[in-house]
Design a protein around this ligand. Structure first.
Ligand SMILES: [Zn+2]
Length: 1115
């Protein structure tokens, strides 16, 4: 940290007092950043030639294959070669410039360089000849990525650049030239990180045509209505995506003619080449407002032999400028960078159009809506989310329990893995299958390695001598060595969010059905043990002995803390006899069975008496404890012998006495019944019947299946599936129908738009066949669980098993999907809400954006694909609403979502397709394992909310909690329940509860300090002023002494950053969501600022604030 401070200190001073002769501070005559730019000339067209390479952090090849140039048969690409070659060529001529983007690759290269090369690179950076743009670990996707991970991966990449190059290494512009659509939240994030501009490659083809026509390719984009001006960022759409003009690709990968300027050669072409090039840039200039154009000279993995490019660009510049001078063409070509182009545009001081929505969905032609990748590879998307949760937890535990610094190596490995996963061919699922496997390998290893942090931290907290070994489980496919093999184990449920009172539904794979669960005090708590759904046993990837699912609720989890549970296998045999008694639908049958059983026993006893044991009373011969009878067993089932054995012995004796007494009474009762076989019992209620049953089974009878807990009653009609939701707390009701179904993906040869296939990028359902929707009626309900766990399992066919259940005041829908090839599965909710085509989807899991079916905010769209063209990314939340009610669906991983009819909500869950969509992957998206389609198990959460302010605040909190659910850590318990009771089984790192609205976004070690980000997750309607946090009173184990604020990615002191001002041709509205589809909305007003009170910080709506803090460890 001291070094970091020093760097920034030096940089801060550099313009006035150049002091040390280090590698970072520019020497006399050197300049970097904006100061190193070639000045644009007024009155001429300034052509900024930007030499660049676009290096995917995995796509057709793995990260390492790309880096080392391995498997060039798949794709000729070698990043190491690119960087080697570029540095050599830049060194030859100070006029040449180059930009680099992906820090994942740069860093891999940098650490392997000898001091001499490092010194050269330092010089190139100090002189602005090598500039970084973007600069995050990867060029992140913007649809499926979550803002927490985006912020993390920028922080990680920029930290490397800052440490190595200081201010000269700081990227000034965002460079998102390949992602398939652009999010509003990301624009806001970039602005908050102190970027001055953002360049985009891909926008919708209709939008681009309009922007060219209207000269609105460059604009001021407001990233957030809550943050207002602070989230404004200059945004430019590149003219030619990121390619060079046709005929000007001077790369080993291209076949364009080089520039030949030897006039004596028969192949001389310099003049013709220059003429063509000038025509191109003149045409381009007509679409832009300033006298500058940016021409991208490069492409995917270009510059492996940089001399080809630089030699030709040298000639192009020389001859074009000569020609311009000779013919007075008023054109000037020069080496430039996006940073220098931005400065030139700024200096020209144009008036910009504004934008307040986002760039989704992206279509590249009338049938190519890139909305499939929102869902492609759902299991990878889920893995990414879980990994983020691990990363956050381990960063927090490392900071809060003061673990050895040597752990930073493994924590950094995890940061790198998550940075890689944000790449626009990673989390998107648009890579080749073998690359997916490599991503999963890297991520799995990183989490496995980082588990040591969890082990150290929990053991430190549990008790001084605790030595639990937490092992990682694959809960996603109900597989866990610890819970399957152990006689007793500890479940540590960690909540990495500061919000208290979190609860979690815990599902543990176990063998057999005899388990008891004890809470943190050692008290036996209710649990449910269900046979695992048959789908699990057909999963080829599953290697597990588990036969059952042990389920219980972990309630009232503390904020930023954990609770432990002790689970013990019940060893006695009682459960084995259980199957002899089946559930009866009629009480008379039930008692008849008992009579028959007793009859047999009595007859046996009588037979024995007759045989000579005459002193024995027949009734005493009938069931006694040793002669096990299931009813007797059921009688003592609730009195858990295992608890007693761990408890005090006196108590055990006492209970055994009670039990004996109970046995005796039951035996007497059974004998009485057996004597009066004509007895007819009154009809019992269904509930009473269920209580007599050992196994929860189908309950025949009423038309509605009712699930109920303290908050909700769900009444599911067994004929139609329509469900009546009713809130017990405020009486809110909603009638809805969940409909699983699928689209058939288009198959075609992709030679023309009409023949476009659905693929990894593109969602294109076959419109000649209507989507196949499973109707509820056809498929039987197989299991109703009536206990604390309120669940119903609905098997629709072999491919879909839907579980509907209640957790607190929300309803969850878990789907096990094993889908056939060619299908794209969705889960749709139909309600009769009047929604006028409107629905809302989140932007990277943060702000919500209004969508209107068949419409775009800024232009009149023509939709040839009415289904896929209405799909939007959903990272955490999608909702519809009417005046009173909001219906929210939260997703457990990124997805595509839509509202195709009023009152409907639909999310896409899984896709398996027969064809590639011809955007480069070259493979059909067809994930299999063991010769079968890959299973995907997902959960969505439904919230039905009457729109009071209080409810909406709670909903925002619940959505955030759902994103980062409490995590399970399990370890074998080589000790008794008694010992467990002596451990610290509930712990919170928080000193006090934080107010609603406060979210701890980041807590991580920052050299010898810590990095903290707090945010206010509420919008300005819900949080009109601010929420405050007293940093001195937040944490138990560490005390914060002082803080210094940085911009969002922690590479600039906040006080050193000044946002650029731009002229716009209109004012922003107060709220895009209010304005879209409505007439008049007032213009935006800047919100009041509030000063912090020393260490009491104030967070306005949706504000994220980042601090580097000095702290002390408390004992
Ligand atoms: Zn790319």
């Amino acid at each position: 940290m001291q070094r970091w401070l020093l760097l920034l200190g030096v940089v801060g001073l550099v313009t006035t007092v150049p002091t040390s002769f280090d590698q970072i501070t520019p020497r006399d005559g050197e300049s970097c950043g904006y100061d190193s730019c070639t000045d644009a000339e007024p009155g001429v067209l300034n052509v900024h030639l930007v030499s660049h390479t676009h290096d995917d952090v995995g796509w057709l090849k793995t990260l390492d294959q790309y880096y080392y140039g391995s498997r060039n048969t798949i794709q000729k690409a070698c990043v190491e070669c690119i960087l080697n070659s570029v540095v050599k060529e830049l060194w030859l001529d100070p006029k040449r410039k180059f930009i680099y983007v992906e820090t994942a690759f740069f860093w891999k290269w940098w650490v392997a360089q000898p001091a001499s090369v490092k010194s050269q690179v330092h010089t190139l950076v100090r002189q602005g000849r090598l500039q970084f743009v973007g600069g995050a670990w990867s060029m992140n996707d913007e649809a499926a990525s979550h803002y927490q991970s985006t912020v993390d991966q920028f922080t990680w990449g920029l930290q490397k650049l800052n440490d190595t190059f200081g201010d000269c290494g700081r990227p000034r512009v965002g460079w998102q030239i390949d992602p398939f659509g652009h999010s509003r939240e990301f624009a806001a994030n970039l602005a908050s990180m102190g970027y001055d501009g953002l360049f985009l490659g891909r926008i919708d083809y209709q939008d681009k045509a309009r922007r060219l026509r209207e000269r609105t390719m460059e604009m001021l984009w407001r990233g957030s209505d809550d943050l207002g001006k602070a989230s404004d960022i200059f945004t430019g759409v590149l003219y030619n995506t990121y390619s060079p003009p046709a005929g000007f690709c001077f790369d080993v990968l291209c076949n364009d003619e080089p520039i030949i300027d030897d006039v004596s050669s028969p192949m001389y072409n310099a003049d013709a080449k220059v003429t063509t090039f000038l025509e191109f840039v003149l045409a381009q200039s007509t679409y832009y407002r300033s006298n500058n154009v940016l021409v991208t000279m490069g492409g995917d993995f270009t510059f492996m032999d940089a001399s080809l490019w630089f030699d030709n660009l040298d000639k192009l510049i020389k001859h074009a400028n000569l020609k311009a001078a000779k013919e007075n063409l008023k054109v000037k070509l020069f080496y430039s960078t996006p940073t220098c182009y931005l400065k030139a545009v700024k200096d020209a001081n144009p008036t910009l159009p504004i934008k307040q929505d986002d760039f989704f969905p992206y279509a590249s032609d009338s049938t190519a809506y890139w909305t499939g990748y929102y869902t492609s590879r759902p299991t990878t998307k889920r893995m990414e989310r879980e990994t983020n949760n691990f990363l956050q937890t381990f960063k927090m535990l490392q900071s809060l329990t003061n673990l050895p610094e040597s752990n930073m190596f493994i924590l950094n490995e995890l940061k790198s893995a998550m940075g890689m996963m944000q790449h626009h061919d990673a989390i998107t699922g648009t890579e080749k299958q073998h690359v997916t496997h490599d991503y999963e390998r890297i991520v799995t290893r990183a989490v496995d390695d980082a588990y040591i942090i969890g082990n150290q931290a929990f053991n430190k907290l549990l008790m001084p001598e605790a030595s639990l070994v937490y092992e990682r489980c694959e809960f996603n496919q109900s597989q866990c060595s610890v819970t399957e093999r152990s006689q007793a184990f500890v479940v540590t449920v960690f909540n990495n969010q500061v919000m208290p009172k979190a609860s979690a539904k815990i599902d543990l794979p176990v063998t057999g059905d005899g388990y008891s669960v004890y809470d943190e005090t050692g008290t036996n708590i209710p649990c449910e043990i269900q046979k695992l759904s048959s789908e699990y046993f057909s999963m080829p990837t599953r290697q597990s002995n588990a036969t059952h699912n042990l389920c219980f609720f972990a309630k009232n989890l503390p904020g930023l803390g954990y609770k432990n549970f002790y689970v013990k296998k019940v060893t006695k045999e009682k459960r084995d006899t259980k199957k002899t008694f089946e559930y009866h639908s009629n009480i008379n049958d039930y008692w008849k069975d008992i009579r028959d059983k007793i009859e047999v026993d009595i007859n046996n006893a009588e037979a024995k008496t007759i045989a000579g044991n005459s002193d024995t009373n027949v009734f005493e011969k009938v069931p006694v404890r040793d002669n096990l009878n299931v009813e007797v067993h059921d009688y003592d089932k609730d009195i858990n012998w295992d608890v007693l054995k761990d408890g005090d012995e006196k108590n055990e004796e006492e209970v055994q006495g009670i039990l004996k007494e109970a046995n005796k009474k039951l035996v007497e009762e059974m004998a009485r019944v057996s004597k009066d076989s004509k007895t007819v019992f009154p009809r019992m209620s269904d509930d009473e019947m269920r209580m007599l049953s050992d196994d929860p089974l189908v309950v025949e009878g009423p038309q509605d299946i009712v699930l109920e807990n303290d908050y909700i009653i769900l009444s599911i009609n067994k004929d139609s599936g329509w469900t009546n939701y009713s809130s017990k707390t405020d009486g809110t009701t909603l009638s809805y129908l969940p409909v699983p179904g699928y689209y058939i993906g288009c198959e075609g040869n992709n030679r023309a738009p009409a023949n476009r296939s659905s693929g990894a990028y593109i969602f294109r359902p076959n419109m000649t066949s209507t989507p196949v929707l499973h109707t509820f009626r056809d498929f039987p309900v197989t299991n109703v669980v009536q206990s604390e766990l309120q669940e119903v399992h609905i098997h629709y066919d072999d491919s879909v098993c839907l579980t509907v259940g209640l957790k607190d005041d929300t309803v969850y829908f878990s789907t096990i999907l094993n889908i056939d090839l060619g299908r794209e599965y969705v889960l749709r909710f139909q309600t009769d809400l009047k929604t006028d085509g409107a629905f809302y989807t989140d932007s990277n899991g943060r702000q919500m954006l209004k969508r209107i079916r068949n419409s775009r905010p800024q232009w009149n769209v023509t939709l040839a694909e009415p289904i896929s063209g209405n799909y939007y990314p959903v990272v955490n939340e999608i909702y519809i609403e009417d005046e009173d009610l909001r219906v929210v669906v939260n997703v457990d991983r990124a997805r595509g979502g839509a509202s195709l009819e009023d009152g409907w909500l639909e999310i896409m869950q899984h896709r398996r397709l027969k064809h590639d969509d011809a955007f480069g992957v070259g493979e059909a998206l067809n994930e299999t394992a063991g010769g079968k389609g890959l299973y995907s198990i997902d959960t969505v959460m439904l919230q039905v909310v009457s729109k009071t302010k209080e409810n909406l605040i709670n909903t925002a909190e619940k959505s955030l909690k759902f994103f980062s659910e409490p995590q399970l850590f399990v370890a074998e318990a080589p000790f008794s329940l008694n010992k467990f009771k002596t451990m610290t089984n509930v712990y919170s790192f928080l000193k006090t509860d934080l107010p609603k609205g406060v979210h701890l976004l980041t807590l991580e070690p920052w050299k010898n300090k810590i990095l903290i980000r707090f945010e206010n997750y509420l919008d300005k309607e819900l949080s009109p002023d601010y929420v405050s946090v007293d940093l001195t009173k937040v944490f138990n184990t560490i005390g914060i002494r002082s803080i210094k604020e940085t911009t969002l990615a922690a590479n600039i002191w906040f006080e050193d950053y000044k946002q650029w001002e731009w002229n716009t041709d209109e004012e922003f509205s107060e709220s895009f969501n209010k304005e879209y589809g409505n007439e008049d909305v007032s213009r935006a007003k800047e919100r009041k600022k509030y000063d912090d009170d020393r260490l009491i910080i104030k967070l306005r709506a949706k504000e994220i604030r980042t601090f580097v803090a000095e702290y002390g460890v408390k004992n």
